[in-house]
Structures are given as C-alpha cells and as structure tokens.
Design a protein around this ligand. Sequence first.
Ligand code: FES
Ligand code: FES
Length: 180
Amino acid sequence: MPRAAFRARLGAGSARGGKELALASRQLRFVLNGRPVQGEVDPTRSLLDVLRTDFALKGPKYGCGKGQCGACSVLVGGQVARACVLRAGRVAGQEVTTLEGLAPDGRLHPVQQAFIDRQGAQCGYCLNGMVISAVALLRQDPAPDRARVEAALRDNLCRCGTHREIVASVLLASGAQADD
Ligand code: FES
Ligand code: FES
C-alpha cells in the first residue's frame, strides 16, 4: 500500500452530483502505518470511516461513535486518539498507527502477544482500544504498576467485564508478574 488512492465518499443515499463531491473533497496526505498515503477525501469524514472504508483496516472498531468507549482508538503522532470523533482532515501530515501497524509482516507486538498469552479478551471488541492504549502507556512508562495500568485503561470500556485479564496482560507485556 505505498500510495493508496482512497475514495471520497458521499453520504449514504445522497443524490449529490460529481461537482459537489469535488468541492467537498480535499487532497489529504498522511503517514499510515509507516507508509505515506494520499488521496481525495472529504476532510469532515471521521478518521475511523476513512480507515475502515477506504483502507479496509478493521482493527479500529465502531463502538459508541461518540468518543466514549475507546473501541476505535488509533495512535496519531504517538498519542491515543478516538478515530470516531476525529475528522480525517485533522491528521494531514501526521503519523497514524492502527492495530495493524503494530504487527508489520505479521509479527505480533509484545502487547498483542501478551493479550494472547494471558487470555485478555472474551468477545474482543474492546481489544483494539485496550492494546493501542497499552502500547502508548508502555512507550511512556515501560514498567507501570497496576494502578498506572488501570488508570491508563480507565476510559476504555469492556462490556464483557474482562478488565482483570486485560490489566494482567498489560503487566505481562511490561515484564511484571501479575499477581492473581
Ligand atoms: S467508537 Fe470511538 S470512542 Fe467509542
Ligand atoms: S472482551 Fe468483549 S468488550 Fe471487552
């Protein structure tokens, strides 16, 4: 995907013509999972929509769509961002990393491996945001204690109630022993 040509997209059921589409779209360039991409896109679309629809990156999930659950999380310039409420135009010139970008060439990131080893998921829907937030935390603090991990993941919601295993997974990834 050296230079993906991503589509500008009209709203579902829209009868607007090509002229309006051209007016609504802008040239957008950013770095996605380490590779420069560019294309015509309506900058008011959510980054989540662009990632999932135009790039077929299904790691970021649509949960609440209101910036409240964390399922859609990505890294923008190394910081956790809620892609459902971030307009695509805001990432111009920035580095965006999705869950897929953590595992180039299929080699899992240590945090991803730890979630497997510690069985840190049930349905897995929240997992994207948990892993993205954990990666950001461990880059800042490679050896966080349990309280720090819990605080970092506090705004990521898990409807399955798997928080205990999730925190243990992050502690495992950090090299700490999770005390059961
Ligand atoms: S889907 Fe983005 S925060 Fe819930
Ligand atoms: S494992 Fe199901 S929402 Fe977290």
